[in-house]
Every structure is written in structure tokens, then in C-alpha cells.
Design a protein around this ligand. Structure first.
Ligand code: ADP
Length: 799
């Protein structure tokens, strides 16, 4: 036994174990074997698998491997519970969510200990971060439930939601999924990860005791196949998934064309950027939180340390000294910094990738102390001398492994930061607020933390750009993922009748037309690319006939190469996204003005193509002018928000353009359908490649000269005519296209959604006919939201 004097000398930590008695009691009550929680009750355990405590490698429970029949039962229960739950008043649902928040708080100790035992993360984190955030999430969403009627007027719950979550923040991910879903009036079937099912099961019991009606929350345990059964279930209306990009892509493909709404929160390789004026001691603590928090098993972990050259050596020396002092050990010890890795496969993956880093020539450093050997532990690890293209700089390791690289200038730091297919989060460290707020918008990431890292709150949306997925969780932006526009109700009746969809005439003609076949036409049809009327790659054209069979013109048959040129032009025009809202508005007004000046000509053309009648044609042109005005108006009004987060500081939610968008128009309204898509895309700063109406493209080709005379910068709008679905496929597959909107047939929707998985581009694809004359359906915030992605920039302040 050490004397007090000796302890003072060494300042060694003594053991400070948290009691596991309550958690063991709960497990014991269930005899450590669990079925699913469906329709308010436990099912009998089926075929089970072991749940292992990663810090001891001992089995602590067995849970059931969910079958298709189990998923069926859970989905049916959720479906049955839906009408009553959705039919509750917002206030009644708010009370239920409030009760959940309270119940989580009451059971916080049980949940924190159980989480540590199940996942291996330290009790300090589960007790002080995970569980308090879970409660906060339910409180925050009790608020959204209460405000649903006024803040989401005209919207309603989507229905039965399938939710699949990972093992790194088991209960927190559950809360991120369940709280907004329930607040909006959905019912859920949730599958926790196979490594960490216990707190979800405990939550089911707690929710039941708190009075959540049977069938509203159903928990089915199991592996990937159980998840796939939820994803593929025909009676599920939406899938919300957090996990690997690989599985995210599988889910994108398997739900393509199903009409299921999707939100995906996927992987990351987030940059942690340190400029030479940063406070290096704070930076060191930041790095600890960025990559050693939760053993680095964090999708937004700051796993790439990018340091300005002049301070790199000093920072790395400080960092090594700090790593030497990190404490790793039993997760239930209140004085450890790091716990265990979740499972042997994950440990093996980390080891393999670290070895690969060494093999590829980077320098690896680990502290001198040894890891415990009876569980799955891995020490904090630092790589220097890393090439930006090397495996460890590109691949998500999902472990306590930091790779560091240096840069010279801010521009170089941005290039390095964005040198990844992911875009989840970033940290920016500098004492210059100017520099920080200049860099933040340039980084492709859904969250940017200034002089801080891994800050989360229910009031601020979290989610990624690019291959980190789409959709947000938290805040108002997260609530949109769980509501849809009400189909019946006063709004949809505003418009009167949807005009009959015109027959799609047979227009294909792959022969190049010789000039003597079309003597009356004095111009060769062209595409519109990079601000110029461009000759198509091939000379094939398609003839456009009126419904009575008269040829009214012809357009080029655009191909893959034309699309490639258009995408390139759209990329070159990205400065549009940095122009002011006022300027973008001015240009939209100017387009409207020039369209109005030629209104009669456009109306005549529309009537000639569609035989819709002069009045309807005129009405369409008038509506197009009005629509352009709408988006000119929005251009400087689609504001972001400053979220009220519980830190000294602000979280600024900025609506950023997605970038290069493909817009594939439907047939019915040759000009209105087109301006209804370019309007919101342009107003919010995107550049576009448009495939106009398949059957009636001549209004779009007439529109070239309107664009030319309206000061639209070259490349902001590119128009490629041709076979709609063939072009849509090329666009959906194109890795430099960041979003695609497709209005058309169901088969086309499926094709677009399938192809979009290659780079996880944002899609808005629908086969439901839209009356573009109806302002409620044809314009407004739904379009603006789909044309933007929210970036949350956290700026703490004070000393
Ligand atoms: P991680 O790398 O974080 O383990 P995964 O994407 O493998 O991420 O797992 C996240 C969740 O997705 C887990 O609950 C897992 O069981 C589930 N899952 C794995 N494969 C599939 C699949 N094909 N379809 C649906 N869910 C799946």
C-alpha cells in the first residue's frame, strides 16, 4: 500500500471503477438472453448470437438474429400503430417525447454503464457525453413535436421508418434516429448494430414503461441481412441509415425506384487544419478529442492532421508528449482516456491499415506504455511523413490513428482538405477569425468546427457532403427528413386540373438529315454549352413533330461527349456560387425580362409543338416569367440560421449550393418545366446541365438566345437535347455531377437512383406528375432545399 507521501511523489492514478451492479442486474433480470422488442412486448429469443464486452472479451449476453419474419412482424406492428400515433395532437406527442427524455435521464447510470460494457468506450464519455446528448435530443425534439403544426404546416409524417445504426455511438445514434421520427408522427423499426445491441433493448423497455404506445418503437436485433430485410421491405416508407459508405451505396441501389425516402450518414476522413497562428496547446487538446475520443471510432473523427509547415515540428513534439500521458484501460475506470476497440475484426482492420502505412513508407509513432492484453485495445498512433495519396491518408481507418501532413499556404490547406471523396466534418484552428471564416465555406463538409472539434447538439444539423451521405440529423434541417408534403388538403386544390400529359410523339431519327430534306430550315440545331451555341459531337438530330404530325423543327441528339463538355463548362463556372445573392437575382430578373420581350414567340412555339391552345401557351409563358421572378426574389432571401446551441458560441447554418447539378425536365410544360428547375438551382448558386422536355425541346433551344442576352455567365446553364433517359443515365453516372433532379417515368427514376450511387450524388427523382402551373407544387422552399446543403459552422467564443 502506497503512503500518501509516495502518492504525492508519483502522482499515479489509483483505480476508480464505476459499479456495474445495476447493469448486471438488468442483464440478469433477462437471464442475459433477449428476443426482439416488437409491438410493445419481448418476442421469444430465436437463433441467438453472443454480445461481447470488448474490454474483457467475455460474453455478456445473447441476442436474437432477426429473420425476415421478425422484420415482417415489426413492420406490421409499426404500420398498425401509425394511424393513432400520427393522429395524436402535436402536444400529445410532445408529452411522449418529453417523457422519453425524462426516462433516459432517470436511467442514465444504467445506460452509461451498459454502453461502456457493450461498446468498450470509457464511462467518462458515456456518462458525460453520450447519455446527456441522448436526453438532450429527446427534449429538443419534444419541442419539434409541439411546434409541428405551425413550423411544418402542410407537411405530415412519412409513415413507417426503417432505421439502421452503427456500433460507435449506439444509444446516441438511436436517439438521433428515433427522436425526430417520433416527433414528426412516424413509427419506427430500428436495428442496432450487431456488436452493440444492448442499450437499444434497454431503451425499448424504458420507452414502454414511459408510456410509448405499442408498435411505435420496434427494435429488431441482427446482422447485415436483418438490416437488408428492413431496407427491402415493401411496407417501409423511409430508410435512415448511419454506417459505412460501402453499405450506404448498397442501400441506395437496393431502394432505387422504390419511392422510399432515404437519408444516409456515412463515412469520413475529416481534416483537422492547423494554421501557424493557432494556440498550439489548445490544438493538442483538440487533437485528443478529435481522434482519440471514442478510440477514433467516430465517423467525423479528425483523422487527417494538416499543419502549416512552420509549426509542424513544435506541434508534433507537443502531441507526442501528450500521447505519452494518455491513459488507456478498463472503460469502467473513471480515470481512463481511452477504452477498448469494439471487436476483433475492427482491431484487425486497424492493425492491417497501420501496417500498410508503414509499408508505404510513412513513419509510425506510438507511446512507450503497453496496452492491456485481455481485451481488444489499440494504442494512440501518429503517422508522419505521409503522402496525401497514400492509403492511410485516404481510407477511413476508424481507429485511434492520426495521419499528419503539412501545407504552406491557406489555398494549399483547402486543396489538401478536400482531397477526399468524403465530406463529413472539418476543424479549423487559427487565432484569425478572418482566416477561419474564409476557409470554412471552402471546405467540402457538412460541419466545420472553428478552434474546436466534435461538438454536437440536437439543435444543429449534422451530416455530410459527397460520399459522406445526404440528409441532416438534428435541428430544423433534420426534421425535414421525417416529413413529406401532405397530399390531401387545401394546397393541392389551388391549381384546379392537371393538364393532360401530351402524348410523346415518335421523334427518333438517327439519320443525319441532308440539307435538301429540310430546305425550309435555315439553321443547324445546336446545343448550349459554356455560354455558346455548340455543335453537337455527332450530326444526328431528332425531328420534332406537332401532334398533327407536322414537323416543327429539329434538335441535336446529344451524347456522352456533349454531356462531358457540358459538365466541364458547369465546373468552370462555379464562381457563380460565390457571386452575391443580389447579383444572381438581377440575372434571373433579366432572363424574365428577355423572355417577356419574346413572350408571343415562345407561346406560338409551344402551341405549335403541343397544340395546347394559344391561351394555355400564353399562360405557360406568363407563369414562367412569374417563376423567374420568384427565384430572383429568393436569391437574396434564402437565409441560413444561427442555431441556439448550449455552448458559449454560435453554430451558423449556411445554405450552400450543391455545386454542379443535372436537371432533367419532364414533358408537359416545355418552358415552364425548365425554368422551374433552373430558377431554384441558379438562385442558390449552382451551375447546371439541363436536359429539356424530351418531346417538346424547341422552347429550350429558343431559350439559348434569351440566356445569351441576359448576362448569364458562361457555363451556369448548359442545355443538352436528346434522348432524355439516355442522357439522364450518363449524368447520373458522372462523378463530377454532384446532384441530379429527374422528373419523368418510374423506370427512369430507378435508373437515375441506381446510377447515382457511384459517387453518392444527391438525387431528387420523381415519377409523380406535377402541375407546374400550380405554384404550391411548382415552386418554393422544397426546391430551394433540394438545391442546397446545410453547412454548420461552429464558432465558440470567449477566452
Ligand atoms: P460499420 O463499418 O460502422 O460497422 P456498417 O455499414 O457495416 O458500418 O454497419 C452499420 C449498420 O448497418 C449495422 O447495423 C449493420 O448490421 C448494418 N448493415 C450491414 N450490412 C447491411 C446491409 N447490406 N443492409 C442493411 N444494413 C446493413
Amino acid at each position: 500500500m502506497a503512503t500518501v507521501a509516495e502518492i504525492f511523489k508519483t502522482m499515479e492514478y489509483g483505480p476508480a471503477p464505476e459499479s456495474d451492479k445495476e447493469a448486471l442486474g438488468w442483464l440478469g433480470k433477462h437471464e442475459r438472453v433477449f428476443g426482439h422488442f416488437i409491438d410493445g412486448a419481448w418476442t421469444d429469443p430465436g437463433r441467438t448470437f453472443d454480445v461481447i464486452n470488448p474490454s474483457t472479451s467475455k460474453t455478456i449476453a445473447r441476442v436474437t438474429d432477426g429473420t425476415k419474419a421478425d422484420v415482417d412482424a415489426a413492420v406490421s406492428a409499426a404500420r398498425r400503430a401509425l394511424p393513432a400515433w400520427k393522429g395524436l395532437t402535436p402536444h400529445a406527442r410532445a408529452r411522449h417525447l418529453y417523457a422519453l427524455a425524462r426516462a433516459v435521464q432517470k436511467h442514465s447510470r444504467l445506460l452509461a454503464v451498459l454502453e461502456s460494457m457493450d461498446n468498450g468506450k470509457s464511462i467518462r464519455e458515456t456518462r458525460d457525453i453520450d447519455i446527456p446528448l441522448v436526453a438532450r435530443h429527446f427534449y429538443h425534439h419534444a419541442g419539434w413535436a409541439q411546434l409541428l403544426g405551425s413550423e411544418f404546416e402542410g407537411y405530415e409524417a412519412i409513415g413507417v421508418v426503417g432505421q439502421i445504426i452503427p456500433w460507435n455511438f449506439p444509444l446516441l445514434m438511436l436517439a438521433w434516429k428515433i427522436a425526430p421520427a417520433l416527433a414528426a408522427g412516424n413509427t419506427v423499426v430500428l436495428k442496432p448494430a450487431e456488436f452493440t445491441p444492448l442499450t437499444a433493448l434497454a431503451f425499448a423497455e424504458i420507452a414502454d414503461a414511459a408510456g410509448i404506445p405499442a408498435g411505435v418503437v420496434n427494435i429488431v436485433t441482427g446482422h447485415g441481412e436483418t438490416g437488408a430485410a428492413i431496407v427491402e421491405h415493401p411496407d417501409v416508407d423511409k430508410i435512415a441509415f448511419t454506417g459505412s459508405t460501402e453499405v450506404g451505396k448498397i442501400i441506395r441501389r437496393s431502394t432505387a425506384g422504390s419511392g422510399k425516402k432515404l437519408s444516409l450518414e456515412l463515412g469520413g476522413k475529416s481534416p483537422f487544419i492547423v494554421y501557424d497562428d493557432a494556440d498550439l496547446d489548445s490544438v493538442v487538446e483538440g487533437v485528443v478529442d478529435a481522434i482519440w475520443f471514442n478510440q477514433g471510432q467516430v465517423c467525423c473523427a479528425g483523422s487527417r492532421l494538416l499543419v502549416q509547415e512552420g509549426v509542424a515540428d513544435r506541434l508534433l513534439a507537443k502531441l507526442r508528449a501528450r500521447m505519452e500521458k494518455l491513459r488507456l484501460g478498463s472503460p469502467l475506470d473513471k480515470a481512463v482516456d481511452m477504452g477498448a476497440i469494439v471487436a476483433p475484426v475492427q482491431l484487425e482492420r486497424i492493425r492491417t491499415l497501420v501496417q500498410q502505412g508503414v509499408d508505404e513508407g510513412a513513419t509510425m509513432w506510438q507511446p512507450s506504455w503497453a496496452c492491456p492484453t485481455d481485451g481488444y485495445f489499440y494504442p494512440p498512433t501518429l503517422f508522419t511523413g505521409v503522402q496525401p495519396s497514400s492509403t492511410i491518408a485516404q481510407v477511413e481507418i476508424f481507429g485511434p490513428v492520426l495521419v499528419s501532413m503539412t501545407f504552406r499556404t491557406p489555398d494549399e490547406s483547402v486543396a489538401l482538405a478536400n482531397n477526399t471523396p468524403y465530406g463529413l466534418a472539418a476543424s479549423v484552428w487559427t487565432e484569425s477569425i478572418n482566416l477561419a471564416l474564409d476557409i470554412a465555406p471552402k471546405i467540402k463538409a457538412g460541419v466545420v468546427w472553428v478552434n474546436s472539434t466534435n461538438l454536437f447538439d440536437a439543435a444543429a444539423g449534422f451530416g455530410g457532403y459527397r460520399e459522406s451521405g445526404f440528409g441532416r440529423e438534428g435541428g430544423r434541417e433534420g426534421m425535414w427528413e421525417y416529413v413529406k408534403r401532405q397530399v390531401s388538403g387545401p394546397r393541392s386544390q389551388v391549381s384546379g386540373k392537371t393538364p393532360p400529359s401530351p402524348q410523346r410523339p415518335e421523334t427518333r431519327d438517327l439519320r443525319p438529315l441532308s440539307s435538301d430534306e429540310m430546305p425550309e430550315l435555315d439553321r443547324t440545331p445546336k446545343l448550349f454549352i459554356g455560354g455558346k451555341q455548340a455543335r453537337p459531337d455527332q450530326g444526328y438530330t431528332r425531328r420534332i413533330y406537332s401532334p398533327s404530325g407536322e414537323m416543327v423543327g429539329e434538335v441535336p441528339e446529344g451524347n456522352r461527349k456533349d454531356i462531358r463538355n457540358a459538365v466541364e463548362a458547369a465546373h468552370a463556372a462555379k464562381g457563380w456560387g460565390r457571386s452575391t445573392g443580389h447579383n444572381r437575382g438581377q440575372i434571373l430578373y433579366y432572363i424574365a425580362e428577355n423572355l417577356a420581350a419574346r413572350g408571343a414567340e415562345f407561346a406560338a412555339r409551344i402551341d405549335a409543338m403541343t397544340a395546347c391552345g394559344k391561351r394555355r401557351a400564353k399562360q405557360e409563358v406568363e407563369a414562367s416569367i412569374s417563376r423567374l421572378f420568384t427565384y430572383a426574389a429568393w436569391a437574396d432571401k434564402y437565409d441560413g440560421a444561427v442555431h441556439s446551441v448550449p455552448i458559449r458560441g454560435v453554430s451558423i447554418a449556411m445554405n450552400e449550393p450543391i455545386g454542379v447539378m443535372a436537371l432533367v425536365c419532364d414533358d408537359a410544360f416545355p418552358i415552364l418545366g425548365l425554368v422551374s428547375l433552373i430558377g431554384p438551382a441558379m438562385a442558390t448558386g449552382n451551375t447546371t446541365i439541363v436536359v429539356p422536355s424530351h418531346s417538346y425541346p424547341l422552347a429550350a433551344t429558343d431559350f439559348y438566345s434569351v440566356l445569351e442576352t441576359s448576362d448569364v455567365p458562361d457555363g451556369v446553364v448548359n442545355i443538352v437535347t436528346g434522348d432524355k433517359d439516355a442522357l439522364a443515365k450518363v449524368l447520373a453516372e458522372h462523378d463530377d455531377v454532384e446532384a441530379i433532379w429527374y422528373f419523368g417515368e418510374r423506370e427512369g427514376v430507378k435508373q437515375v437512383e441506381l446510377a447515382s450511387a457511384s459517387n453518392m450524388k444527391r438525387t431528387w427523382a420523381t415519377w409523380h406528375e406535377r402541375d407546374w402551373l400550380d405554384r404550391a407544387m411548382g415552386e418554393g422552399r422544397d426546391f430551394l432545399r433540394a438545391a442546397t446543403q446545410v453547412k454548420n459552422v461552429w464558432v465558440p467564443y470567449g477566452e
